[in-house]
Design a protein around this ligand. Structure first.
Ligand code: GLN
Length: 486
């Protein structure tokens, strides 16, 4: 019973149904694992063990009564920008250090409805701004494959928790790569859904035209299961698509013969580590052996502009979204100064970290009179060009396959003082985000003992197909649920 935490969610589900163990026993195993490794990994900001055990007891009742879903009794990690009623939700910021939400986000409601068991709120970069979790006000998470390295970010805690065995499946959020890049660096599967597929109700906003919540797990099946749970229309988020989400598990185990795969040459350029390149090339051979038609004579010429576009649009939206943190409405408040304006200034000066301040300044600048046309409007136009290039590509290809990140996990401290170097770790994930397309990371091997990730990008609302390709690849390649020795 002691290492039940090693199971995938679907394995655990089968065994729960077969009464090999109870949901309480599974949760106890994960909580014991958390006790053993969390001091080294720091995947969580807040742990909720009593709540988890209570939810596990409820799950056991449900399992006994035959009304269990595939997530009933499954230990889940929830990124700390997903609001949870009565459970502190910080977005890894001092400014929300003591914020206890009075309501549940849509996605957490869905997880609870399915009978999922919350282990805690996972660590992240403050307000999801970063690629390493080093921008968390509560200190960085560490990569379970090597504790001197970052787990990626911003959903680094959600990925590290999976790799360390501190939950079986987790929720992250992706604005420009924050699910896929940490999944790549920690050897997990992570899926960023189409913009509008999953409700943002109760998600602490960063870039509202980019943010999406999505699953991270040990294999593609677990990610499909969690996506089934959270996807769909929500009247409280008018940007969710009205059409019902398909059954994503239906795409598992289907063959991929004749699938047309485009591999854009702009994703194989300077800055990419040779070990990453090699693992991705081997993965492309595997896809070819599975019967995919791979076309490498393919260009997405505006790829290089996605980073610039993203770093105008995301900070602009962030500067508007973060204006609500004024020391009056939420969380931390510094009222020692005197006038209202001074209090507001002090609250923000002490409440926000440096990266968040940098984004607010970038965004405020890009939106200010005189610069709006030159920066924000220009970025929106280039965004349309990027969208059009993807749209043309999906006339020819079923999916686009690329590396997820140019490097494997990097040392803690190595990029934190060089924002541009940090931003560059997302070059391969930003284009799909800018276009609002769904994309999945699936582990594709190792470089110097560290996980490498393959990215599969799909057309709008074609999550099923990227799950199909990722699952076929995963089954052939055999890198699923590889856990590091900790
Ligand atoms: N690393 C990117 C940023 O810092 C993307 C983060 C994200 O997807 N939330 O903005």
């Amino acid at each position: 019973m002691s290492d039940l935490w090693r199971l995938t969610a679907h394995e655990a589900h089968e065994k729960l149904r077969a009464k090999e163990f109870t949901a309480v026993e599974l949760t106890e195993s994960v909580l014991a694992r958390v006790d053993a490794v969390e001091p080294r990994v720091h995947a969580y900001i807040t742990l909720t063990p009593e709540l988890a055990l209570e939810q596990a007891r409820e799950a056991d009742v449900r399992l006994a009564s035959g009304t269990a879903t595939p997530l009933t009794g499954i230990p889940v990690g929830v990124k700390d920008l997903i609001v949870t009623k009565g459970v502190r939700t910080t977005a890894a910021s001092r400014i929300l250090e003591n914020f206890v939400p009075p309501y549940d986000s849509h996605v957490y409601e869905q997880v609870r409805r399915a009978g999922g068991v919350m282990i805690g709120k996972t660590n992240m970069d403050e307000f999801a701004m970063g690629s390493s979790t080093e921008h968390s006000a509560f200190g960085p998470s560490r990569n379970p494959w090597n504790l001197d390295l970052v787990p990626g970010g911003s959903s680094g805690g959600s990925a590290a928790a999976i790799a360390a065995g501190e939950c079986l499946v987790s929720l992250g959020s992706d604005t420009g790569g924050s699910i896929r890049q940490p999944a790549a660096l920690c050897g997990c599967v992570g899926l960023d859904p189409t913009y509008g597929r999953v409700s943002r109700y109760g998600i602490i906003a960063f870039g509202s035209s980019l943010d999406q919540v999505g699953p991270i797990g040990r294999d593609v099946e677990d990610v499909a299961t969690m996506l089934d749970c959270i996807a769909g229309h929500d009247p409280r988020d008018s940007t969710t698509a009205p059409d019902p989400a398909p059954d994503y598990r239906h795409y598992l185990g289907r063959d991929v013969r004749g699938m047309k795969v485009g591999v854009p040459r702009e994703y194989f350029v300077a800055g990419m580590e040779p070990g990453v390149k090699q693992a991705v090339e081997t993965a492309l051979k595997t896809l070819e052996e599975l019967g995919c038609e791979i076309d490498t004579d393919f260009s997405l010429p505006s790829t290089e502009h996605a980073l610039a576009v993203y770093y105008i649009i995301a900070p602009s939206e962030a500067s508007a979204n973060l204006a609500r943190y004024d020391g009056v409405k939420y969380g931390f408040s510094d009222r020692t100064a005197g006038s209202m304006w001074e209090n507001m200034e002090h609250t923000r000066a002490h409440g926000f970290g440096n990266e968040v301040k940098r984004r607010i300044m970038l965004g405020t600048y890009a939106l200010s009179a005189g610069y709006y046309d030159a920066y924000y409007l220009k970025a929106q136009k280039v965004r349309t060009v990027i969208n059009d290039e993807f749209a043309a590509a999906f006339q020819k290809y079923d999916v686009i396959v690329t590396p997820t990140a140019p490097t494997v996990a990097f040392p803690i401290g190595s990029k934190v003082d060089d924002p541009y170097a940090m931003y560059l770790n997302d070059v391969y994930t930003l284009p799909a985000s800018v276009a609002g397309l769904p994309a999945i990371n699936v582990p594709c091997g190792f470089s110097e003992g560290l996980p490498v990730g393959l990215q599969v990008v799909g057309n709008f609302f074609d999550e099923g197909r990227i799950i199909q390709v990722a699952h076929a690849y995963e089954q052939a390649a055999g890198f699923a649920n590889r856990l590091p020795r900790l």
